[in-house]
Design a binder for this molecule. Structure first.
Ligand code: T3D
Length: 256
């Protein structure tokens, strides 16, 4: 059985981390496959949204702590394993949804933070976890956590690694919504379907603009927005959206 399951249905590419016996702890093989799928399959035009989830009883417990047992952490191996995955999730020009049930820990949480939206089941438990094993947050967590929560909260969670329940994570802004565990898959599908029927190219431009704003001045953003709006204005979905407005009907976006 593959350590990463992929399924494309009605524009929704679902990627399921599949090592349930270790709460989907990340191995080199799994990260390599994730990186490949994000580079080769996710960008295809028939994919309108990507959902990242875990098999079994949790989302992801982070780096597999048994894979490199007794070995020194290697800067090179670490970058090789994680960089393309985190960049692949963050920079993909379409929405990426993390569907979190059970535990999301360490680099597992980092991957969820690199996604665009996070839906948590009521039973989810989120923890940075790194400091508990004497490591610093990685896999992009130092970038995403302070941008989502602000410096003070990001530092607190990084230093103390509390186990946050779904509702606590929601109150902090770490996840976008919490849904009942019983209807989790259904709610994730509903949101994924909504996104899959949206103006995909424009979604990609929205991501680009907000990502750029993390390191840009107001003047630079005004310039960049104008540029991206010109691109959005040339999409078929923009034409359809305006036409639908005139005709007082819902838009039928094709992602073009
Ligand atoms: O090399 C580098 O580049 C460094 C990179 C580091 C990146 C990182 O992600 S470091 C952080 C690594 N992750 C952790 O430290 C989290 C470790 N796991 C936990 O804290 C807990 O397991 C959870 C909070 C995730 C879940 O707790 P719970 O009580 O629901 O489950 P459990 O009983 O602890 O785990 C179930 C099984 O999964 C268990 O196996 P067993 O005993 O039934 O055979 C456990 O050992 C295994 N497991 C859980 N996490 C990992 C793991 N196996 C390997 N690696 C794991 N990260």
């Amino acid at each position: 059985m593959s350590v990463l399951l992929t399924e494309l249905q009605e524009g929704i590419l679902t990627l399921t981390l599949n090592r349930p016996e270790a709460i989907n702890a990340l191995t080199t093989e799994m990260l390599k496959e994730l990186s490949r799928v994000l580079a080769k399959e996710a960008p295809l035009p028939e994919v309108r949204v990507v959902v990242l989830r875990g098999a079994g009883r949790g989302f992801c417990s982070g780096q597999d702590l048994r894979e490199f047992e007794g070995q020194q952490i290697s800067y090179k191996a670490h970058l090789r394993n994680y960089r393309s995955v985190v960049e692949g999730l963050a920079n993909l020009e379409k929405p990426v949804l993390a569907a979190i049930h059970g535990a999301a820990a360490g680099a597992g949480l980092s991957l969820a933070l690199a996604c665009d939206l996070r839906v948590a089941a009521a039973d989810a438990v989120l923890t940075t976890g790194f400091s508990k094993i004497g490591l610093i947050p990685d896999a992009g967590m130092n970038y995403h956590l302070p941008r989502l929560l602000g410096y003070a909260k990001a530092l607190e969670l990084s230093l103390l690694s509390p186990r946050l329940k779904a509702e606590e994570a929601l109150a902090l802004g770490l996840v976008n919504r919490v849904v009942a565990s019983e209807t989790f898959s259904e709610e994730v599908s509903k949101l994924a379907q909504e996104l899959a029927q949206g103006p995909t190219k424009t979604y990609g431009l929205i991501k680009r603009a907000l990502r750029k704003s993390a390191s840009a001045t107001l003047e630079e953003m005004l310039e960049y927005e104008a540029l991206l709006q010109e691109v959005a204005g040339r999409t078929e979905d923009h034409r359809e959206g305006v036409q639908a407005f005139y005709e007082k009907r819902p838009a039928r976006f094709q992602g073009k």
